[in-house]
Design a protein around this ligand. Structure first.
Ligand SMILES: [Zn+2]
Length: 412
């Protein structure tokens, strides 16, 4: 194997130092620490002959001078922005792996027919401006300049204004959009953020598809009343209804063949939320995910039907609002095959698995053949200071990426 876990460790530790404060990593898009992390990546790539370009969308692209910017490239990357009090590996592992691939290409002097490009997407987490996958959505033409003017941070600064403050010319927003045919392929390594690889003792996952998401807000309206004076059989208790609905969601997702891969009620708001008053209005979220579009739609409808039934049976008024919807995205069969061959050649065991979390690769999949590999997250922990992935595993993933880039980049 050529990929170096030592170099990867140095990169991850160096980038972890670019943080606003503790605990964990705090690195919002276009903050001084985010720009320092980008500069660190540039410092690694410049000696290898790469030049840097910040796009009108705030993404950062690196290519070797001799390759120019016109020809479709094999792109590898991820993101450097972090959630508040986040970990060192989410996004960073993928950028560091892309840098390691650049080093391996440089050392091996392998000739590619296609340019090799490292890309760092901005605002993947949406932690500053409240969107999600903002940089990659802009890159593929799914986030307009007008929308970027509306996305604002806690201080009221818009995404567009933040770019302007960096001296980025956003007038060329539309021209910078990547269209089908402009990219040869996109590859991304990411930490798994779950327990499957660790439990199976396998160092690498090849992603089959990224789950689609349906999000809803459900409101149960009952009657707020005196907790002492109202007999049990005369109550319309919205919180008891929500409790039954939450259990039903969990049971259907866990055990029913028609259920989705996962379903979660993660937020609840109860009114008046007073100890001696029967709850009169309870609102809760429903988050449904699956990699199969038909099952996602059917399971979401089935869960909502259950929620409506439970409300009706308890004499509650039920209102459902859909708050977000994304479709599942299949990873490219050509790229998956390239990754599988690369792993076999390198003698690295792998699993094929879906991704429950969203990633920049799902946006890139709209314009090119996209693929992803996962490396294990210790204890499945992510978006927290304890987030950890073994450097040896990132090196194994980088080795697969390198070999896949050779395969994908050799064909005209
Ligand atoms: Zn990430």
């Amino acid at each position: 194997m050529r990929a170096s876990s030592q170099r990867i460790k140095e990169d991850v530790e160096a980038i972890a130092r670019f943080t606003a404060r503790g605990p964990g990593v705090n690195r919002l898009s276009f903050s001084p620490e985010h720009l320092e992390a980008i500069r660190y990546v540039e410092q690694q790539l410049r000696p290898l002959g790469f030049e840097m370009q910040m796009t009108p969308h705030g993404n950062v692209r690196f290519r070797r001078q001799q390759d120019g910017w016109d020809r479709p490239a094999v792109m590898v990357g991820s993101h450097l922005d972090a959630v508040p009090n986040g970990g060192r590996f989410d996004g960073v592992a993928g950028v560091v792996a892309a840098v390691e691939v650049a080093r391996l290409l440089h050392e091996s002097r392998e000739a590619l027919a296609r340019p090799y490009e490292v890309v760092v997407f901005a605002e993947e987490e949406g932690a500053r401006f409240g969107g999600v996958l903002t940089g990659s959505q802009a890159m593929v033409g799914r986030l307009s300049r007008d929308r970027a003017r509306e996305l604002r941070d806690a201080q009221g600064t818009s995404y567009l204004e933040a770019l302007g403050a960096l001296g980025v010319d956003t007038a060329a927003w539309e021209e910078a959009v990547i269209r089908p045919g402009d990219v040869c392929a996109y590859l991304e390594l990411h930490v798994e953020q779950s327990l499957v690889l660790e439990q199976e003792h396998v160092p690498v996952g090849i992603v089959t598809a990224i789950a689609g998401i349906r999000k809803y807000q459900v409101t149960y309206r009952g009657v707020a009343n005196h907790a002492g004076a109202t007999p049990m059989d005369l109550r319309h208790d919205s919180l008891v209804g929500a409790a039954e609905a939450i259990l039903a969601v969990s049971e259907v997702a866990a055990s029913s063949p028609e259920g989705p891969a996962v379903a979660t009620v993660g937020w609840i708001s109860n009114s008046p939320n007073v100890s001696n008053v029967i709850p009169g209005e309870t609102r809760f979220s429903l988050d449904v995910r699956d990699t199969d579009p038909v099952r996602l739609a059917r399971a979401s409808e089935a869960l909502l039907a259950r929620i409506r039934d439970i409300g009706a049976r308890r004499g509650l008024e039920v209102a459902v609002e859909q708050t977000a919807a994304t479709e599942p995205v299949r990873m490219s069969t050509r790229v998956r095959e390239g990754l599988r061959q690369a792993a076999r050649e390198a003698g690295i065991p792998f699993l094929e698995m879906p991704s429950g979390a969203g990633h920049d690769a799902q946006e890139m999949a709209r314009v090119t053949d996209a693929g992803m590999i996962f490396v294990p997250s210790e204890g499945g922990r992510s978006h927290c200071p304890e987030e950890f992935t073994r450097y040896e595993d990132i090196a194994l993933g980088s080795e697969i990426l390198y070999r896949a880039v050779l395969k994908l980049g050799k064909h005209k």
